[in-house]
Design a protein around this ligand. Structure first.
Ligand code: ASP
Length: 325
């Protein structure tokens, strides 16, 4: 074989290998550990739900799933990292209504667009928002709490997980209805924010029920109201916002899995199927429900349904939130 021919043969073999590598990549996926970015601190609601669901997904997919907490800027630091990650199915993100909807309105220079820079994989949960306060805050019930907010606005500290976090946007909604502007105290997630609430270092916050149930059961904080139409079976003694005299305060959150834009469709489908299977597992369902989470119905779990939800939510929050800074 001449040098020319040898080179040609090597080049041809290389091209063939590349051609067959494309379908093999998706077919064999996953062949190594997958990372799910949680854009908030460990121990918070996004982290808890991610670890619960990913443990089951890992069994289905036959590979470990590593949860990486990439914190900062109300979850947008982690979401930016995920949007820029290699789109091979090995880096995913557990986003939520903040990172993947409300942030668009809050950050005019957001480094990603949740509508176009991700492949939606699956909606994972719905979670009511609970208005929680430190144990020794004086008001006895939600009505008194609202009056207390009005009377003590200047000296109240409201914890949140950064501009764009669920705890930020849903308390903005509450504060707007009540007509107050308390001092906001940012944390890297509502895991650490909850620790501060338990320690009495901050006065109140609005958080996913997931994070509130264990504390209410342990008697470490007060839960004044759930901001959904009916009481939650996980917090049966906590009245609704309507029962507490503020029916216009309705707020809930969701978490969902996303992959960077351009992740092969076959991989997205595999991940979607693994997520859906986790949400059908009795143990996963029992723990999710114990923590007050709603499990999305099969039609809500589809990738396309999540894509539509993101678009609708960006629009919804855009009507209410103004750019910050
Ligand atoms: N629930 C938090 C928030 O967005 C974030 C977290 O999961 O810690 O407010």
């Amino acid at each position: 074989m001449t040098g020319f021919n040898r080179r040609t043969a090597v080049a041809t073999l290389g091209a063939l290998a590349m051609l067959s590598a494309v379908p093999a990549l998706a077919q064999d996926y996953p062949t190594r550990a997958i990372t799910i970015i949680v854009p908030f601190a460990a121990g918070g609601p996004t982290d808890v739900v991610t670890r619960l669901v990913s443990e089951h997904m890992s069994k289905t997919l036959g590979q470990p799933i590593v949860v990486e907490n990439v914190v900062g800027a109300g979850g947008t630091t982690g979401a930016t990292r995920a949007a820029r990650a290699t789109n091979d199915g090995y880096t995913l993100i557990m986003g939520h209504v903040g990172t993947h909807a409300a942030s668009v309105a809050l950050y005019p220079k957001l480094a990603y667009d949740p509508r176009t820079d991700f492949e939606p994989i699956a909606l994972i949960n719905g979670a009511a928002i609970v208005v929680a306060a430190k144990k020794d805050l004086p008001p006895k019930d939600f009505k008194e709490f609202v009056a207390y907010l009005k009377a003590n606005e200047a000296k109240l500290n409201q914890a949140h997980a950064g501009v764009g976090a669920v705890s930020y946007i849903t308390c903005e909604l509450l504060n707007g209805i009540v007509g107050i502007k308390p001092v906001g105290v940012p944390f890297q997630g509502t895991g650490p924010a909850m620790n501060a609430l338990v320690a009495g270092q901050v006065d109140y916050m609005c958080d996913q029920i997931t994070n509130v149930v264990p504390q209410v059961n342990g008697g470490t904080i007060k839960a004044y109201a759930v901001a959904i139409p009916e009481r939650s079976a996980s917090l049966p003694d906590t009245p609704t916002s309507a029962e507490g005299g503020l029916p216009s305060y309705q707020a809930s959150a969701w978490n969902a899995l996303f992959a960077p834009k351009g992740t092969p469709k076959a991989i997205v489908e595999k991940l979607n199927a693994a997520a859906a299977k986790a949400l059908d597992d009795e143990k996963v369902i029992a723990r999710m429900k114990e923590l007050g989470n709603d499990i999305p119905k099969p039609e809500q779990r589809k990738s396309e349904a999540l894509g539509k939800l993101v678009k609708d939510e960006v629009e919804k929050w855009g009507k209410f939130l103004k750019p910050v800074g």
